[in-house]
Design a binder for this molecule. Structure first.
Ligand SMILES: N[C@@H](CCC(=O)N[C@@H](CS)C(=O)NCC(=O)O)C(=O)O
Length: 243
């Protein structure tokens, strides 16, 4: 039996999206991070770092989004959540690594500087430096997504038109989650306020729009009160560099 330990609005949304898209039969255990449920002994036994997501497959306990998302892609091969082409696969992994090792930790430095410095003035500095890093990191990710899009479009040109359905990878779900929290996004606003486009990140926005248009993902966002993209704008038609 498959179980996902998760918290609404956390990075555990990415594996939740992937499981929903794959049509997986799984149990969802909601944890209240605000109440410190992740620090209880029973959860620390699953993840000594006291974090979500944790995926449990019978007696196999797995932590870390990178590993969990890859495992879901392997576990549900019919969902084709992992690219076959070596270069596409490498790009997919590159983007997931950027999320896991650069974007997410830098966001933590900005939002929880108390974890990284003792003195109040040092915390202010940690958050300020993280904000600067996030601004440049956002543009690195944007360019990588645009390059990946170009590669995916090239790959799809080789497919007979009736098979050229829109494909999603676990990286799309990971990136779509972080799109909600990218610098400049007002993640603290209520779910009823749609998210508007960000003209600095057209490729990332277009990716997020494709993911949040999926009915299975939309249902999850509604259930968890997550903000969603507003109506499409001209940004959706922005040409992919290299096309
Ligand atoms: N590197 C981990 C990070 C997991 C992580 O930081 N999860 C956050 C939610 S986004 C969490 O559990 N926070 C609880 C806490 O900080 O106490 C992964 O990608 O799975």
């Amino acid at each position: 039996m498959l179980t996902l330990y998760f918290a609404p609005g956390s990075c555990a949304m990415a594996p939740r999206f992937a499981l929903a898209y794959a049509g997986a039969d799984y149990t969802l255990i909601r944890m209240n991070l605000g109440d410190g449920e992740q620090q209880r002994p029973e959860h620390l036994a699953r993840n000594p770092l006291g974090r979500v997501p944790v995926l449990v497959d019978d007696d196999f306990v797995l932590t870390e989004n990178l590993a969990i998302l890859r495992y879901i892609a392997r576990r549900f091969p019919q969902a084709a959540l992992w690219p076959d082409d070596p270069k596409e696969e490498a790009r997919c992994l590159e983007l997931m690594a950027l999320c896991a090792t650069a974007l997410h930790p830098t966001m933590a430095h900005e939002r929880k500087p108390q974890r990284y410095a003792h003195a109040p003035e040092s915390r202010i500095d940690v958050a300020a430096v993280a904000r600067e890093t996030l601004a440049s990191l956002t543009m690195v990710i944007e360019r990588r997504i645009a390059a990946w899009d170009a590669a995916r479009k090239v790959a799809q040109r080789g497919i007979a038109s009736n098979d050229a359905v829109e494909r999603f990878t676990v990286a799309d779900f990971y990136l779509a989650f972080f799109w909600l929290f990218r610098p400049g996004a007002s993640y603290a606003l209520p779910a009823s306020v749609p998210i508007t486009d960000d003209d600095r990140t057209p490729a990332w926005t277009a990716l997020a729009r494709r993911v949040y248009a999926l009915p299975c993902i939309r249902d999850i966002c509604m259930a968890d009160g997550l903000r969603q993209p507003g109506p499409p704008s001209a940004l959706d038609n922005i040409a992919v560099p290299g096309e």
